[in-house]
Write a protein that binds this ligand. Structure first.
Ligand code: COA
Length: 164
C-alpha cells in the first residue's frame, strides 16, 4: 500500500471565486494531503478579472486553509496533473443539471489518463444556485451579495462595477 499523501486539484475559471467554491475547497482540503486550486488560462474566454487578480482573490479567500496552493495552468488539465503527480480531480456539482456535464468530463479525463480519478462533491445546498456569471449579473443591479462571495471578492467586484 502507498502511504504517500494524495495530491488533488480543483480546477476552474474562478471569475471570481464564490462561497460555493470556498465550500468545496474547505471540504476537499480535509480529504487530501495537498489540494491545488488550478486557474485555467483560456485566452478565448473573456473574464472580468485577470489571472493575477483571480490568483490573489483565491489566495486571500483560502488563507485559513493550510494545505492549499493556488496555481494557474494552460492546456489539458490531465497533462498538468501527470507532470505534477496529481492523482485526483475534485469537482463540485450544484444540481442535477451539472451531473451529466461532470460525468462527461470525468469519462473523458479517465479515457485520457486511466490512473487519475475524479471525485465529485455535492455543493452545499445554500450555495447550489450560485455561479460566477450570476454574481456579476446581479451585482450590476446593485443587489446584496454579501453572503455569496468572500469579503475580498465583494470589495473588488464593487470597484469593477462601473465596467460590468
Ligand atoms: N459553486 C459555485 N459555482 C460553481 C461551482 C461551485 N461549487 N462549481 C462550478 N461553478 C460554476 C462556476 O462559477 C462557473 O460559473 P460561470 O459559468 O457562471 O462562470 C461554472 O460553474 C463553470 O465553471 P468553470 O470553472 O468556468 O468551468 P468548467 O466547470 O467548465 O471546467 C475546467 C473548468 C478547468 C475543469 C475544464 O474546463 C478543463 O479541464 N479545462 C482544461 C482543458 C481540458 O482538460 N479539457 C478536457 C476536459 S475533459
Amino acid at each position: 500500500m502507498n502511504n504517500k499523501p494524495i495530491k488533488a486539484i480543483f480546477a476552474g475559471t474562478f471569475d471570481p471565486i464564490t462561497n460555493g467554491h470556498v465550500d468545496i475547497i474547505e471540504r476537499a482540503s480535509k480529504l487530501f494531503g495537498e489540494l491545488q486550486i488550478g486557474i485555467l488560462i483560456n485566452p478565448n474566454k473573456k473574464t472580468l478579472f485577470t489571472i493575477e487578480e483571480r490568483l490573489n482573490l483565491i489566495k486571500k479567500s483560502t488563507e485559513h486553509i493550510d494545505n492549499v496552493e493556488v496555481i494557474f495552468f494552460e492546456g489539458l488539465l490531465i497533462d498538468y496533473c501527470k507532470k505534477n503527480d496529481i492523482k485526483v480531480l475534485v469537482r463540485g456539482v450544484r444540481s442535477s443539471a451539472d451531473v451529466s456535464y461532470e460525468l462527461q468530463m470525468a469519462h473523458m479525463n479517465k479515457e485520457l489518463e486511466e490512473s487519475i480519478e475524479t471525485v465529485i462533491l455535492p455543493t452545499n445546498t445554500k450555495y447550489s444556485f450560485i455561479s460566477s456569471s450570476l454574481i456579476k449579473e446581479v451585482l450590476n443591479f446593485d443587489a446584496n451579495i454579501d453572503n455569496l462571495v468572500p469579503k475580498c471578492v465583494l470589495e473588488e467586484l464593487k470597484k469593477k462595477r462601473s465596467t460590468l
